[in-house]
Design a binder for this molecule. Structure first.
Ligand code: SIN
Length: 492
């Protein structure tokens, strides 16, 4: 293998896997073709990942189907024990997994480690929830009959996951799927396949049976077409853009699959005059600059009331200018590179359009002297809701501030988008917390916080931000079918 990955960063170098994982076996795939995996901080090739052919993907589906009955029949406590072992191995390998994640995705090591533990939380949580997929006994309408419901695994499931959270988005899907009794075929992002294969390696060591967890990397359109058209695949869980989500949903309609879609956002973050200024600045920084602004729940529009506007902007500017940009492996780094040149160009387009429309650059605004895909943490004021930066998800480290006067105006600006994933607001007025919390058309609303993600809470969008929920007791519903049993002939 001609990988240039610095294996000295890993305690357990066997976690670095550049092959496909099908039927419990590592394989280079039937064509032997490979694609480069780049370190976005340096542009160097760190691995050569095997590319699946159609035959490889079809084999992954067949072996998942073969593994499904035994995995579904296993008792819940037995499945739970296997999942618990997987969770423990992930936590024990957190440093190695974080090093792999930083190398292929760029985020600072400490943030990558946080993502590993966040993702592991879903495996732990669903290892427990698997024992609680209860049904109901319904009071009967006919003498001698009993009415029952049972929740059964939907069957073979597939996940298509993004590069911004290469580990957590897989575990957030595989956790509930495996707990429900469903095998899962994982198609990781082309940019970040190594986190997926490392997790599969740990899964195999934990005793997840062959065929229950597979990884097929390669051409997205070809793999997506097979996973959405194959009648054996009964559920698809996707995190990514709204554009691709709509395509996968349309393709899945041909075989009427269950689809869970976590799609694009355009999160508002409203700061009211009565907000606690410290909390608002901390929350805005955490929400906006996490993962260099590359999350679906990043504040994309910071909407600030006129009375607090100048004080908030001054404090935010100080915080933005204090951020340290650098290679994710440098201890001081708080913001790594963006994933690609295309990502940088989008950020530049948004800033140019805003400035041309009259916005002011208060901090940053340009590529960082480090080069590659590093970009300066940026603050813009004088942004209007009709600007490109307020209408599209920027997915970069730019905080655009929009001023407003009344609560109704803020809610109208916030809701004026086809997206509805996450929204945030800061206020110390209890009545306003309820009023605005209920008025915002988003699946997740953070009140006086910029960080909302947790495995025990339901995550998902409304409008064009998606369907279904991940995390919490609701997340397992995406991988189960509710069956009604009507049992007659019981009259004594
Ligand atoms: C995402 O950006 O898609 C996920 C963010 C999170 O889980 O907090």
């Amino acid at each position: 293998m001609d990988s240039t990955f610095d294996r000295s960063r890993l305690r357990d170098a066997d976690l670095l896997r550049e092959d496909l994982f099908i039927d419990g076996v590592w394989t280079p795939g039937s064509s032997g073709e490979r694609t480069d995996v780049l370190d976005p901080a340096t542009g160097t090739v760190i691995a050569r990942m095997a590319a699946a052919t159609e035959a490889d993907v079809l084999r992954a589906v067949d072996t998942a189907a073969a593994a499904a009955p035994a995995w579904a029949r296993m008792t819940a406590p037995d499945r739970s024990r296997v999942m618990r072992r997987w969770y423990e191995l992930i936590v024990a390998s957190a440093d190695d997994l974080a090093a792999i994640l930083t190398a292929e995705q760029g985020k600072p090591f400490a943030e990558a480690r946080g993502e590993i533990l966040y993702g592991a939380g879903f495996v732990e949580w669903y290892a427990e929830e698997c024992k609680r997929t209860y049904g109901d006994v319904i009071p009967s309408n006919v003498a001698g009959r009993r009415l029952l419901t049972v929740r059964q695994p939907v069957g073979v499931s597939a996940s298509i996951t993004p590069w911004n959270f290469p580990s957590a988005m897989i575990l957030r899907k595989a956790g509930p799927a495996l707990a429900a009794g469903c095998p899962m075929i994982i198609k990781p992002a082309e940019e970040t396949p190594l986190s997926a294969t490392a997790l599969a390696e740990l899964g195999a060591r934990a005793g997840i049976p062959a065929g229950v967890l597979s990884v097929v990397a390669g051409t997205p359109a070809m793999i997506g077409e097979i996973l959405t058209s194959h009648p054996t695949v009964r559920a698809l869980s996707f995190t990514g853009s709204t554009e691709v989500g709509k395509l996968l949903m349309a393709q899945s309609a041909r075989t009427v699959k269950k689809v869970a879609l976590e799609l694009g956002g355009n999160a508002p973050l409203i700061v009211f005059d009565d907000a606690d200024l410290d909390a608002a600045v901390t929350g805005a920084m955490a929400s906006k600059f996490r993962n260099a602004g590359q999350t679906c729940v990043c504040a994309n529009r910071i909407i600030v009331q006129s009375g607090i506007h100048d004080a908030f902007v001054e404090r935010l500017q100080t915080a933005v200018e204090a951020l340290t940009v650098g290679n994710g492996f440098e201890e001081k780094s708080e913001q790594g590179p963006l994933i690609s040149q295309a990502a940088v160009e989008k950020v530049e387009r948004h800033i140019e359009d805003a400035v041309a429309g009259g916005a002011t650059v208060r901090a940053g605004g340009a590529r960082h002297p480090l080069g590659q895909t590093f970009f300066e943490p940026t603050l813009l004021t004088g942004v209007r809701p009709d600007m490109l930066i307020a209408r599209e998800e920027t997915f970069g480290p730019v905080a655009p501030v929009i001023a407003f006067d009344t609560e109704d105006e803020a809610v109208a600006i916030a809701n004026d988008t086809p997206f509805g994933l996450a929204g945030y607001f800061f206020s110390t007025d209890l009545a306003r917390m309820w009023r605005v919390g209920e008025a915002l058309e988003f699946g997740v609303v953070g009140v006086n916080t910029g960080l909302i993600s947790y495995e025990g809470a339901p995550f998902g969008g409304v409008k064009e931000s998606g369907l279904g929920r991940e995390g919490s007791r609701h997340g397992i519903d995406e991988f189960t079918e509710l069956k009604y049993l009507c049992v007659d002939g019981l009259a004594g």
